[in-house]
Design a binder for this molecule. Structure first.
Ligand SMILES: C[S@@+](CC[C@H](N)C(=O)[O-])C[C@H]1O[C@@H](n2cnc3c(N)ncnc32)[C@H](O)[C@@H]1O
Length: 245
């Protein structure tokens, strides 16, 4: 069985590295990638509005994005806060970190492992994790990542956990590269690590074994939005904002 590090390397420094923008369904020029970007941008808008309403000055907060990939979410943060120098991204993939640095040299990017406990030079007011816990396939790895996030937050800091839905994170196929969580599992892990939930919402819909994001390249957007509203099912992804207890 391949190690976790090998699974990540094969995918992000291998298979996905070899795709150009037309062949990668997640690149912004393709319908799935474009709508994915737009929906995440909306979600980030909601988070920052929430923080502003709590009298937090988003221009000065230190932000870390774990599992930042090629940095597109950190670049959105920079647009919202107007302050790229307060933003840092960490990812296991050498290739993705290199790409992120090329796109925005004013944001700090490091190659490192959040499970292993990377030593950060400073603490953060907001740490975000978009679709990274889905890769962590043992309780120990999930708990270690959450402990590291917790200890790198300032006392009034916030943590955003965004992940795909699955009935049970631990009932995934052997060697699965990723598996989502159910809402209770996310809450349970976060509470155990010392977090309290302050805000949550869902994106997309999971129905008939399909995630609605993958309908965006098949149907008009308006129809996908309607399906997401009216068809019964589970959330496709959940975003949860936690604060330190
Ligand atoms: C599904 S991608 C999500 C990337 C980005 N957050 C986004 O939403 O587009 C998961 C990312 O997490 C990174 N990753 C996985 N395990 C990690 C770990 N232990 N520490 C840091 N990054 C990790 C992978 O290399 C990959 O870039």
């Amino acid at each position: 069985m391949r190690s976790y590090q090998q699974v990540i390397k094969d995918r992000y420094d291998g298979r996905e590295k070899s795709l150009d923008i037309y062949n990668n369904i997640y690149s912004i020029i393709n319908p799935i990638g474009f709508n994915g970007h737009t929906n995440i941008e909306n979600a980030i808008y909601k988070i920052f509005r929430f923080l502003i309403e709590k009298n937090i000055d988003i221009r000065s907060i230190e932000i870390l994005d774990v599992g930042c990939g090629s940095g597109w979410i950190t670049r959105i943060f920079a647009e919202f806060t107007g302050n790229p120098r307060n933003i840092m991204g960490i990812d296991l993939s050498e290739y993705r970190i290199q790409t992120a640095k090329e796109f925005n040299p004013n944001i700090e990017y490091i190659k490192g492992d959040i499970v292993e406990g990377y030593q950060f030079p400073r603490k953060f007011d907001l740490i975000t994790a978009f679709d990274i816990f889905m890769h962590l396939n043992t309780i120990e790895m999930i708990e270690a990542a959450l402990v590291n996030i917790y200890k790198n937050l300032n006392p009034n800091g916030f943590f955003v956990w965004f992940d795909a839905y699955a009935k049970d994170h631990f009932k995934c196929a052997e060697e699965a590269e990723l598996n989502g969580f159910n809402s209770k599992q996310m809450d349970m892990f976060a509470e155990k690590a010392g977090f309290t939930k302050v805000y949550e919402f869902s994106l997309y819909k999971y129905f008939l074994g399909r995630h609605s994001l993958y309908l965006y390249n098949k149907l008009p957007i308006i129809l996908v939005k309607l399906i997401e509203k009216v068809i019964p099912g589970s959330p496709g992804n959940m975003l949860k904002l936690f604060k330190i207890n």
